[in-house]
Design a protein around this ligand. Structure first.
Ligand code: FES
Ligand SMILES: [Fe+2]
Length: 460
C-alpha cells in the first residue's frame, strides 16, 4: 500500500522508535485511562491560505463570528479574590467587567456606560458600585441600576431596563471563562473531556505564582500554533534534544475544542544518534526548567538506572515534600513529560505535578497582526495551609526579552527562541509567493484541528 493511501486511511505513519504509548508500558504504577487514549485521526493534507493569518478581512470574520461565540478565559479566580474586585477583560473591541459579586459568585457585564458609552472602568480595581467617571451614572455590583445625577433630565429612562448587559460566566480549574453568546452550550460541555483528564490535577486549588504578559508581533493563531507541535524542537530548541523525545510525541484531539500533545522527556530525541544516559540526566536537570531540581550539580545517575525513571523518582520525592501529598500513584509521564492541552480557540494548559504552564493568545485590540501573549505558572501549595494569593501580571515592554522576567527561570530563554520565530512567521507569510502554508500530516495535526474548528465557527 502506498504511503499516501495509508495516511488517507488514518493508518498512523509515525516516527520510528519508542512512542509515548511504549513508554507507558514501562510504568510501574497503574496508568490512568486518559494517558492511554490515542485518538488522532488523519485530518487531511491540504495547504491553508496565508490569508487566514494575515488578512484584515479574515480577522473581521473572526471578530464577527468567532470571539462573540466561544468560551474564553478572562482571568483566574485569584485575580479577583474579594467581593467588589474587578478584572477588565478585553477581546478585540469588546470590554468586560468581570466582578466578584459575592464570596462565591462571579459575574460579567459589558464595560460601557448606558448613558454616553464611556468605559465604566479603565483598568482592574476594587469598587463598591460601578460609578461612571464621566457624569456619575451608577450601578450595583449585580448590574442593577442605581441612578444618574439630574435624574429629572432622564424621565425618558423611567420604565426602561437599565441593568448592565450581562455575559455568561463559567468556571473551571480556577479559571473564569466568559461567553458573549446567550445561547452558548454550558462550559462543561464545551470543555469535555478536559475536566475528566485533569481529575488528578485540581487546578482550582493551585495558585498563580507567575504571570508574564507581552505583546508579540504576529496574529494570535501564529502564537497559539507555536506551542501546538514539538516538531520545531529540532531546529528551534536544539539544546533540549538530548532529553526530549520530540519526534516521538503523541498528538490527540477530542471533539471540536480540545486537543493535546504529549512529548516524552528523559529520553533522547530520535534525531540524535547515541546519547549517554548520563548526558540525558545532566541536561534535563540543567536545561528543562520543569524538573524539581534546577541543576545537575552534585547529582549522579545510579548505575543501571534509566534517567527517565530516576528523574521521575526525584521529582516524585521533592513534589511530595512541597505539597505534603502522597504521589505514590503518579506515573513517570505525569511527573516529567510535556503534556499540553489546548482549549479552542486560544487557551493552553499543561498537566503534571510540576508547575503547570498556561498560555493564552488574544488579538492585541483590533490589530490582527499583533497579539497579547500571557504565560502563567500554577503551583501547588502545602496541603492544609492557606492558598497563597495570586501574583499580579508582570507586563513586559514589546522590546523586552522573556528572559528578563526572571520568575520564568529556564523557560524564559526557551520562549525567546519561540519569540524569534513568531513575528518572522507573520512577516514571512506576507512575503510568501506560494501564498499558502503546508502542515505535517501528524505532528501538526493539532493546528489543522484548530483551523477545522475555526471554519465551523466562521461558516456556522
Ligand atoms: S457616559 Fe457615563 S455617566 Fe455619562
Ligand atoms: Fe517552542
Amino acid at each position: 500500500m502506498s504511503e499516501r493511501r495509508k495516511r488517507q486511511q488514518g493508518d498512523g505513519v509515525r516516527c520510528p522508535g519508542t512512542s509515548f504509548q511504549d513508554l507507558l508500558d514501562l510504568e510501574e504504577v497503574e496508568v490512568p485511562a486518559y494517558l492511554r487514549e490515542n485518538t488522532c485521526d488523519y485530518l487531511g493534507d491540504d495547504d491553508l491560505p496565508v490569508e487566514r493569518w494575515i488578512s484584515r478581512d479574515f480577522h473581521l470574520r473572526e471578530k464577527e463570528k468567532l470571539w462573540p461565540r466561544v468560551w474564553q478565559v478572562a482571568c483566574r479566580e485569584e485575580d479577583i479574590p474579594e467581593v467588589g474586585d474587578v478584572h477588565v477583560y478585553e477581546i478585540v473591541d469588546e470590554s468586560v467587567l468581570v466582578v466578584r459579586t459575592r464570596p462565591d459568585e462571579i459575574r460579567a457585564f459589558v464595560n460601557s456606560c448606558l448613558h454616553r458609552g464611556r468605559l465604566l472602568m479603565d483598568q482592574d480595581g476594587s469598587v463598591e458600585r460601578f460609578v461612571c467617571p464621566f457624569h456619575g451614572a451608577t450601578w450595583n455590583l449585580d448590574g442593577s441600576f442605581v441612578g444618574i445625577p439630574c435624574q429629572w433630565d432622564f424621565r425618558h429612562w423611567e420604565g426602561r431596563d437599565m441593568r448592565l448587559p450581562e455575559l455568561k460566566v463559567g468556571r473551571w480549574g480556577g479559571f473564569v471563562f466568559v461567553n458573549f453568546d446567550r445561547h452558548a452550550p454550558p462550559l462543561e460541555e464545551y470543555l469535555a473531556p478536559l475536566p475528566e483528564h485533569f481529575a488528578r490535577f485540581p487546578l482550582h486549588d493551585y495558585y498563580k505564582g507567575v504571570h508574564v504578559q507581552r505583546v508579540v508581533r504576529c496574529n494570535w493563531k501564529v502564537g497559539m500554533e507555536a506551542f501546538m507541535e514539538s516538531f520545531h524542537t529540532v531546529q528551534t530548541h536544539r539544546e533540549i534534544m538530548t532529553f526530549t523525545g520530540d519526534a516521538n510525541s503523541q498528538y490527540d484531539y477530542w471533539g471540536d475544542h480540545v486537543s493535546r500533545s504529549v512529548t516524552p522527556m528523559g529520553v533522547p530525541s530520535p534525531h540524535l544518534g547515541e546519547v549517554t544516559p548520563e548526558a540525558v540526566f545532566r541536561d534535563i536537570l540543567d536545561r528543562s526548567g520543569r524538573m524539581a531540581l534546577g541543576s545537575s550539580e552534585g547529582q549522579q545517575l545510579p548505575e543501571g538506572m534509566s534517567p527517565r525513571k530516576y528523574v521521575a523518582e526525584m521529582n516524585r520525592q521533592i513534589f511530595e515534600e512541597i505539597s505534603g501529598e502522597d504521589l505514590s500513584d503518579a506515573t513517570m509521564a505525569e511527573l516529567e513529560d510535556a503534556i499540553l492541552y489546548s482549549v479552542f480557540p486560544n487557551f493552553q494548559v499543561w498537566i503534571g505535578y510540576h508547575g503547570n504552564i498556561v498560555y493564552r493568545f488574544r488579538p492585541n485590540g483590533d490589530d490582527h497582526e499583533s497579539c497579547i501573549f500571557d504565560v502563567m505558572l500554577l503551583f501547588r501549595h502545602r496541603k492544609g495551609t492557606p492558598k497563597p494569593p495570586g501574583v499580579p501580571v508582570h507586563r513586559l515592554e514589546p522590546h523586552q526579552k522573556f528572559a528578563e522576567a526572571e520568575e520564568l527561570g529556564a523557560l524564559g530563554p526557551v520562549f525567546d527562541q519561540d519569540d524569534a520565530n513568531m513575528p518572522a512567521v507573520q512577516r514571512g507569510m506576507k512575503a510568501s509567493h506560494k501564498r499558502a502554508v503546508s502542515l505535517a500530516s501528524y505532528q501538526e495535526s493539532r493546528i489543522r484541528h484548530l483551523h477545522r474548528t475555526l471554519d465551523k465557527y466562521l461558516n456556522g
